[in-house]
Design a protein around this ligand. Sequence first.
Ligand SMILES: Cc1cc2nc3c(=O)[nH]c(=O)nc-3n(C[C@H](O)[C@H](O)[C@H](O)COP(=O)(O)OP(=O)(O)OC[C@H]3O[C@@H](n4cnc5c(N)ncnc54)[C@H](O)[C@@H]3O)c2cc1C
Length: 473
Amino acid sequence: MDEIGPSRKTVTEAPRPTQVCRETEVLVVGGGPAGVAAAVAAARNGADTTLIERYNHLGGMATGGLVILLPHMSAGTAEQEVAGICEEMVDRLDAIGGARHPSRSLLGSADAATINRLKHYHDFVVGGRVRMSVLVDPELLKCVLNDMIEEAGVKLYLHSWGSRAIADGKHVEGAIFESKSGRQAILSKMTIDATGDGDILASAGAEFEGAVDHTLRSGMLAVVFRLGDVDYLRYSTFRHSEPESYRKVMAEIQAAAGFRMLPVATHRDDQVWVNNWVPGNDCLNVEHLTAAEVNVRKAMRKAHAILRASMPGFEKSYILDTASQVGTRGSRRLAGEYTVTAEDLRVGTVFEDTIAAIPRFEENVSSKSPNRCIPYRALVPRAMERLLVAGRCFSSDIIANDLLNLIPFCVQMGEAAGTAAALSLRERVPARAVNRQALQRRLLAQGGWLPGEVMQALSAASAPASAPKEVAR
Ligand SMILES: Cc1cc2nc3c(=O)[nH]c(=O)nc-3n(C[C@H](O)[C@H](O)[C@H](O)COP(=O)(O)OP(=O)(O)OC[C@H]3O[C@@H](n4cnc5c(N)ncnc54)[C@H](O)[C@@H]3O)c2cc1C
């Protein structure tokens, strides 16, 4: 060794056979919100399905990342736009005391006493109306997701890092993964990249966009932590009643930490999770990931000392835990058959192949402020067969990705991708040729919700007379 430190040398590994440990119909890589939904949907629709996840648990950011707020599942009316598998996750958590959210009978309410009670909890109230936003217990969510995967009959490999696609430049035929059992391969008829970072699509050679805007939330890393023995309602009351004093403490924390932090409600009034935004980092760079892990923990101790000293409600608090997964918000985005743009979000484009409708965050739904939509084509690569994506690597420009990559919407994309993968195998057609209305009908049958324009097109298509094909706003 004649150099110590960073090096530009390369090594060439000897070719060697890799053991195929399983052949499957649908392979999902990444067990976060999108990947779990994709695997459950594919298996429930009859496909032999395998899921590989690099860590010891399912749920991605929503569990290991301690990002424990599933916001904006409704848009300020009594209807719930995000339903299907996402709603099932919440129902299962409810049954074991693992979630807090407004009662469904209150959705859309503007009753003053109700609003006054719920305004303390993030995104339970938007524009003076009650919304379905859910605070989850991350440990119980891990258990719920295990149950859903097991009951659907998905073959699960944890501790399994998907290292590259098996692909010939035109088709994906599975993936290679590394684990304590060594380097192994899984062959598949359809592969769904739900790694968040698009690891599989990139190694397959599918086109993608990699640029990140470091001024947006999706361009920032985080290490979320939780504080225990907090009096959350005292803190929140202070925040609402003395905004200037509250801002002063938060500014002190930002100055000490070097970046913004925000205590957020949890499913219990004696805990908070602390969101944070570390700028100037790239979630595909291992040195940046390492620095974030180390630096946020340093900053956490400074922030916690200030909270204990100066923020009502935190006097007795202690550091409960830190996230086992570094918080990654945005990275590679598929260049798909359709790229969702900021303009689509502004005007509220309803696509003929809409698979998910997403409430606006800033205001309640109305004819002037329609839901935002994601088309199936945003999950389909332009020129790679037997591959779909689900979750935050969907085909979108930076702004659209920044706004739409929240957990409930990633679950919706996962459910659509898994259902489509199973339909493509059943119909013996490429994923890009799956009948869009058959897919939408399946999503509805699974408890999903689609915008009125799509529902009209579906009912017109089932009527004997021919119907207009485009549904655009
Ligand atoms: C700090 C922070 C705060 C946020 N706040 C909110 C919020 O309040 N509400 C909200 O809804 N959203 C929030 N988001 C965004 C949201 O958490 C993510 O966009 C969402 O979780 C993406 O879901 P996903 O399934 O696409 O990816 P992820 O949640 O990232 O899941 C990807 C999964 O794939 C696994 N994986 C990755 N690579 C591989 C590989 N090569 N092989 C095997 N497995 C792999 C990962 O371990 C993980 O389990 C926040 C994000 C961060 C980081």
